[in-house]
Design a protein around this ligand. Structure first.
Ligand code: PLP
Length: 374
């Protein structure tokens, strides 16, 4: 397989561990393992203490799959397949569903693998562009109009990376209803699910919406445990899941034994885990509201509706790539220019899931103060 470089991941490979403040991270501040293990119940504490480091069950630990299933309304443990992060799940599903002659539609700008893997597999992939002028809204009618006879898959990421877009329930129902009628698969990338700023905005999961709906989940974002590298697909289409399982034999075969148990502990304690993530995000959002209000002459943003990232725009004439390069040099604060998404204009991704965000923002603010607009 020949596949284009994943621009954002190459960017992070260069910078992530070399800067003082990552003001563009998409995850929530990672848990300390000792704090997580302290949340274990009797059963998971015993599983952790007695864990043997052999191969694990290929579809995922039965207790983990059962726990993941409780995140959905219509999903049973056998409707869940565990992967090494969301990334492996995207890779397997795209390869299973898409090949030469197939067509897919994917929200864009977005996480590159959601469209790149399908293209590398030989499919024709159309991008459903979200537009700042529309508040980055998903346009169900425009998306439906781009469906063709060969369309096999529609991919929607919501809450969305990088804009924080979250469709209203009616728009979501319009799209999922249409896909159900047309017997097209939906990959709902829900890795930021449970981080809706208003819980009333949480959408029905893709897997619950219709039988060919597939939900993509992961421990990395809302659950703040990216280092576990545990993700999953959930769908009532067991035939599709079986094909993904067969494909996974060529990638990781089975998950990491310690990571599975830690993910189980985290999901069983999800009230505590999610409450912590929401608290970090809400506190940081307050800072950002003030920041964007104070710097409205230099920066604009569409306030996100969920997740831990947004996609503001620098209004200065200076290109964002040059601005970001000077910022990281001067303050050790990293922004992610929109060019890493292949997106034209002066946008950048800002992340607000990290506990050092106020310090990172202070660095950006100092820098803005020094580099007065020409
Ligand atoms: C929308 C989206 N999907 C999938 C992923 C992949 O998640 P992971 O790195 O945990 O596999 C990411 C990570 O940034 C993402 O933002």
């Amino acid at each position: 397989m020949r596949i284009a470089d994943f621009a954002l991941e190459r960017f992070f490979a260069r910078w992530e561990f070399a800067v003082r403040h990552l003001l563009c991270a998409s995850d929530v501040e990672g848990w300390r393992m000792a704090d997580l293990v302290a949340l274990a119940d009797d059963e998971t504490a015993a599983l952790w203490a007695n864990l043997r480091l052999g191969y694990t069950e290929a579809p995922g630990h039965p207790l983990l799959r059962a726990e993941i299933a409780t995140l959905y309304d219509t999903i049973e443990a056998d409707d869940v397949l565990v992967f090494a992060g969301a990334e492996e799940a995207i890779f397997c599903l795209s390869n299973v569903l898409l090949g030469p002659g197939d067509h897919a539609v994917v929200t864009w700008p977005g996480y590159q693998s959601l469209y790149q893997v399908g293209r590398a597999a030989g499919a024709d992939v159309s991008l459903h562009e979200l537009r700042e002028a529309d508040g980055w809204a998903l346009d169900a009618e425009r998306l439906i109009a781009s469906i063709r006879p060969g369309t096999r898959l529609v991919v929607v990421n919501a809450p969305h990376n990088p804009t924080g877009m979250l469709p209203p329930a009616a728009e979501w129902a319009r799209l999922t209803g249409e896909l159900a009628d047309r017997r097209i698969h939906l990959l709902a990338d829900e890795v930021y699910r449970f981080l809706e700023f208003d819980p009333a905005d949480r959408l029905p999961a893709g897997a619950d919406a219709f039988p060919r709906g597939v939900s993509l989940g992961v421990m990395s974002k809302s659950f703040a445990m990216a280092g576990l590298r545990i993700g999953w697909l959930a769908t009532r289409d067991r035939g599709l899941l079986a094909r993904c399982a067969a494909f996974k034999d060529y990638t990781t075969i089975c998950s990491s034994a310690p990571a599975e148990i830690l993910a189980l502990i985290g999901l069983r304690a999800r009230d505590i885990v999610l409450e912590r993530s929401r608290r970090i995000v809400a506190t940081n959002l307050d800072h950002l509201d003030r920041f964007f209000a104070e710097h409205a002459d230099r920066l604009s943003w569409v306030r996100p509706r969920g997740g831990s990232i947004a996609f503001p725009r620098l209004l200065d004439p200076e290109p964002i790539d040059a601005f970001a390069a000077r910022l990281v040099e001067a303050e050790g604060v990293l922004l992610l220019p929109g060019s890493q998404f292949g997106f034209e204009g002066n946008h950048f991704r800002i992340g607000f899931g990290r506990e050092d965000m106020p310090q990172a923002l202070a660095g950006l603010e100092r820098f803005l103060g020094r580099s007065v607009r020409e």
